[in-house]
Design a protein around this ligand. Structure first.
Ligand SMILES: [Zn+2]
Length: 304
């Protein structure tokens, strides 16, 4: 079993959820040896020879010794539209590449550019792979085992993903409770208290690295202020969710009924894995949102 379906009685318990079903494609990363033409997390990128590798000028933080040279970003994810049916993408583009600065700047926990339209720590590239003929011969990558770059500088391995191949799976999910507003969120809490359940833990939404679908729910705060909004006023939608942990489901974690007591499916200590080695968002998520109105509007990242 990979990702069990949502409980069959969830819209009986919460009629407000009717119509909120969405599909998402789970990535299911597994450490491996992905190639430049594979979808991957932390794998090599199909990078054109005539395009400079993205770097960050660095040295802007007072608690860090300034570097003499700009720091190369590391590959976060390379995602092919052909592999991922729920990957939103601009017309004519078949490849998404995501890179970031390999330290806590990307986490937005230290005053970096969470939600900023211009984001120096995090870069997203859409490509038409047919345009790429010659590949950059020697991208400046840290050693995946040691995190050490050619110049001897160690990057933070919490933000340096173990190269992983992907095993995509399309599933149906419902939104985290905050999506439907404060009133619904409070209603869910009341119901859970009454039933001895836990909305977040009963497979209402798919948990792990995924594209499209609904945002994740970290249960450590979440954007209780509501949706993230583009400058144009449009609600931003989930493009890519990078999870620090994957859930390895067993029959015990997959109740068919919402009324299954919370204690039973929450043998989660043994069901969590960390295939990518990433510890983003205080061991939760790094989420990437896009504006459905226009692909020219900036893609933004938020911790959850
Ligand atoms: Zn917009």
């Amino acid at each position: 079993m990979r990702t069990p379906p949502p409980p069959s009685d969830i819209t009986t318990i919460f009629p407000a959820l009717r119509g909120y079903e969405r599909t998402t494609t789970m990535l299911h990363p597994t450490p491996g040896d992905p190639g430049v033409r594979d979808s991957s997390i932390g794998g090599p990128l199909l990078w054109p020879a005539d395009e400079p590798w993205p770097r960050h000028a660095y040295g802007s933080r007072s608690d860090r010794a300034p570097q003499t040279e700009p720091l190369p970003l590391v590959p976060g994810a390379q995602l092919w539209v052909r592999d991922l049916p729920d990957l939103p993408h601009p017309p004519g583009k078949d490849l998404l590449q995501v890179l970031w600065v390999p330290d806590d700047s990307v986490d937005c926990l230290y005053g970096s550019q969470q939600g900023d339209p211009v984001d120096e720590y995090f870069r997203v590239f859409w490509r038409d792979s047919a345009d790429i003929t010659d590949l950059l011969p020697n991208p400046p990558l840290p050693d995946p085992d040691t995190g050490v770059r050619d110049d001897g500088i160690l990057v933070d391995d919490s933000y340096l993903p173990v190269p992983c191949t992907l095993d995509p799976e399309q599933v149906t999910e419902y939104p985290p409770a905050w999506i439907l507003g404060e009133e619904f969120y409070d209603h869910v809490r009341e119901q859970d208290e009454r039933l001895g359940t836990w909305y977040q833990a009963v497979n209402t939404h798919a948990d792990g690295c995924k594209v499209g679908g609904w945002p994740a729910d970290s249960n450590i705060g979440g954007p209780y202020h509501g949706w993230f909004t583009c400058d144009c006023g449009t609600r931003m939608e989930a493009l890519l969710t990078i999870a620090s942990m994957e859930v390895r489901h067993t029959p015990a974690t997959a109740p068919s009924s919402y009324r299954t007591p919370a204690e039973q499916p929450m043998g989660m200590g043994t069901a969590l894995t960390e295939p990518t080695g990433l510890a983003v968002g205080d061991h939760t998520y790094l989420q990437i949102f896009y504006c459905p109105t226009s692909w020219d509007h900036p893609i933004r990242r938020y911790p959850m």
